[in-house]
Design a protein around this ligand. Structure first.
Ligand SMILES: [Zn+2]
Length: 479
């Protein structure tokens, strides 16, 4: 990003001076758009951006998943591109996010490559991919960017929108009633301890705010007033246990699904999963969590019990009248039910999340040009070639996916993934002082519901397998 041209966004906030706490703020349209865009970002992008940012606490097991992909031998993936796709997942709303006043996602724009033969109808976003005609695709093309009209300023919200936002990221139309209730919740009865402050927001603050929205209940205070939050960890784990258990009885797998089978090594007395032995299909599911947009994961949480507050933002958008505040119902859906970017899905994905479609691409012979806009096509049908996008995760096997399905893997409770090894599996149990006689191997089927539970567990707990399959947190809570 060109820092010199990025002016900070200004936020007018009402602050409780004594407690150094933001009570609420009146954000500009630019700020609301940046905040809303968090929901469209794939988890992998979020982890990459905030991994080393204070406060030093992880987002469940997502950090481990991301680091495993970095460390795993590229030979275990179907293609080199599969590894890149997971480390730099695409945002299906990237076109919108590129127009944000502050765009923190530094994923490079899509690139376009064609084969050298003029009749090869294949397009790839990655260089040196072999297409089905047997050709190496390496001719770089340029796609003219979509132009937007100058008056079309807001990205997700309408240009003239006025909203207020609370410290815990509840966004609502401004009203005296709401302001007073936020004040009285803090026990403030007059203006003697409050003051108005102007807060400047640059890229750095946006990144901190993103992290705060996932790990703190007081996101604005944590970002702007520099007092670090102290999440109540014990409370958090207790709540997760309760939440997960309540949904346990509903878990019956649909017969039409093709569930994934995994083997859990369980320590019976401690009621914890030591590790799982799996093939590539389960690892594909876990890795796909990084390609899932935050909004999708929050939608599936149905819970108010975790340490972050992004769920308040999500619920606020759901309650906002699209007609009045948002650019359209499509924009609302982009935030509340965000899809996977094109190419990032695969057949029988246990999450059942929808995948966005590639736009149409055409090669125009006369101009030697790549276009995506059907209205610019020449009239004669032999003057252009309709192109098919090659999915980098589809080569060499019948179905799409990221890792080689036939490989065997070991997955620890906190989702560290390595090639299968009985020795390291058992030494993992030794670390937890598990008696061999206390071990039981259970076969578990993972269908749609189990996949959703696992997604939620991997966001909120460091014992994802135990929480998802045994229904309670690991009593040790070790890292
Ligand atoms: Zn081809």
């Amino acid at each position: 990003m060109d820092e010199e041209h990025v002016k900070p966004i200004r936020l007018k906030a009402l602050v409780d001076k004594e407690r150094e706490k933001v009570i609420f703020a009146e954000p500009s349209v630019e700020f609301i758009d940046v905040l809303f865009s968090f929901l469209t970002m794939p988890m992998g992008t979020i982890i990459r951006l905030i991994l080393n940012r204070p406060p030093t606490m992880g987002i469940g097991c997502m950090n481990n998943l991301y680091e495993c992909i970095e460390n795993l031998d590229v030979q275990l993936f179907r293609t080199e591109e599969c590894k890149k796709m997971l480390l730099y997942p695409r945002n299906a709303a990237a076109d919108q996010c590129r127009r944000l006043k502050l765009n923190i996602d530094e994923t490079e724009p899509l690139r376009y490559f064609l084969g050298e033969r003029s009749d090869c109808p294949h397009l790839s976003h990655y260089r040196d991919v072999i297409c089905p005609c047997g050709e190496c695709i390496n001719m770089k093309m340029f796609l003219p960017e979509k132009t937007y009209f100058a008056q079309d300023r807001g990205v997700f919200v309408k240009k003239i929108t006025r909203l207020m936002i609370s410290d815990e990221l509840r966004v609502m139309p401004p009203s005296t009633e709401e302001s007073l209730s936020l004040l009285s919740n803090l026990g403030l009865t007059d203006g003697s301890t409050t003051e108005e402050r102007n807060l400047d927001i640059g890229v750095d603050e946006v990144l901190t705010l993103l992290k705060m929205s996932l790990v703190s209940k007081t996101a604005l205070t944590g970002t702007f007033l520099k007092c670090s939050p102290t999440p109540e960890l014990d409370q958090m784990f207790f709540d997760i246990g309760k939440y997960i258990k309540s949904g346990m009885e509903e878990l019956t797998s649909d017969v039409s699904e093709k569930p994934i089978t995994i083997k859990l090594t369980v320590c019976k007395s401690k009621k914890m999963v030591g590790y799982a032995e799996t093939s590539g299909d389960f690892v594909d599911l876990l890795f796909s969590f990084l390609t899932v947009p935050l909004g999708y994961a929050v939608e599936e949480m149905h819970t108010d019990t975790w340490k972050g507050c992004i769920n308040h933002l999500y619920n606020s958008i759901r309650e906002l009248d699209a007609e009045q505040y948002l650019k359209s119902n499509e924009h609302k859906a982009m935030l509340l039910s965000p899809q996977l970017a094109p190419s990032f899905g695969y057949e029988n994905h246990p999450l059942g999340i929808e995948e966005d479609k590639h736009p149409p691409y055409y090669y125009v012979y006369a101009d030697d040009k790549l276009i995506s806009d059907e209205t610019l096509l020449p009239s004669g049908e032999d003057e252009y070639l309709a192109l098919t996008v090659l999915d980098p995760n589809s080569s060499s096997e019948d179905t799409r996916g990221f890792v080689k399905r036939a490989e065997k893997f070991m997955v620890t409770d906190n989702l560290k993934i390595t090639p299968a090894s009985s020795i390291s599996g058992l030494s993992n149990l030794t670390k937890h002082n598990v008696d061999w006689s206390d071990i039981e191997v259970r076969t578990v089927h993972v269908g749609h519901k189990e996949a959703l539970r696992l997604l939620v567990a991997s966001l909120v707990s460091k014992s994802a397998l135990t929480v998802a399959f045994l229904g309670e947190p690991n009593s040790e809570q070790s890292e």
